[in-house]
Design a protein around this ligand. Sequence first.
Ligand code: KIV
Ligand code: ZN
Length: 389
Amino acid sequence: MADTGKRIYIFDTTLRDGEQSPGVSLNIQEKLEIARQLARLGVDVIEAGFPIASPGDFEAVRAVAREVEGPVIAGLARINERDIDRAWEALQEAQKPRIHVFIATSDIHLKYKLRMSRQEVLEAVRRGVARAKGYCQDIEFSPEDAVRSDLDFLCQVLATAIEAGATVLNIPDTVGYATPEEFGRLISQIRQRVPGIDKVRISVHCHNDLGLAVANSLAAIENGALQVEGAINGIGERAGNAALEEVIMALYTRRDYYGCRTGIVTEEIYRTSKLVSSLTGMPVQYNKAIVGKNAFTHEAGIHQDGVLKERTTYEIMNPAMIGLVQNNIFLGKHSGRHALRSRLEELGFKLTEAELDKAFARFKELADRKKEISDRDLEAIVEHEVKRI
Ligand code: KIV
Ligand code: ZN
């Protein structure tokens, strides 16, 4: 991505919040595979899981911490000793570890979920952040449900986290309630009111309950946030997290407006999206921005004519920018299993031998009827007939 403008850090939580999508469960090998691809994509931080949540989550975070180089590896912990100690146990072999601690700050969460007073929350933040800081330098703190929290109290909590050693303050819109203008204003108020805020990086973590997660994240960037959290394909709790590929391509395509850059290798976006979809079993809606099947497909005759004359008439992004390139190996009835496997891998599909057998048989049947098998045909074979996504 162009090397100009303010640097925005991309925090990927596909393996943690993304995996909290109903029905999704990734095993350690799958998590490692996604983490390696995220490293190739160039994300700055991979949140590999929530180590206290289950032995499987613990092992997955430990494996990613040991084996994936490049990005910071983060593990989530509630702000209590057991969670923090367990998170550190999982993270300690990472080259660049980060403990991410959180506690809710809205009155509704304090009253019904935590049953704690504001004073108790402040004490827990001071103690918890300090404990995490005893383990590693890089500490992220999140006041869960920040958007519905009292602003004075929220600022007090954030100031306490800074004093105790937090290096990143993440502002979550946990229930996807904010509007872009409101969320941007919240970030600006935090910057004006929290003592010591200039020493830390402000991050945002937006959920998509009203379909505003990406817009809210971008509004936060306009107001000084430097880190954006989200998941590939926008997966996550309920309606999901901010779709990282959308945030990234909005920043890139409208760099004239945002004046920002990221460290992302955008050409890896499509492959990453496919891999996440294939391993989580969560299909990407056809008209999804950036990575949907139809995102670069032109149907209307006038549009087709325009694009054939000059691509930019109806395309604001070059599909090659996200790694959607025309296949130059012709796949047809004479192609072998090897060619099929390698093209499927380029498209982000990692198949078992049995799945490849099935895909190959289906491919041959289709190739008898159709001269050239397109990437879309291959995706349909894998998604609908082999993996049944
Ligand atoms: O949505 C949320 O508030 C979270 C926090 C743990 C950051 O996922
Ligand atoms: Zn979340």
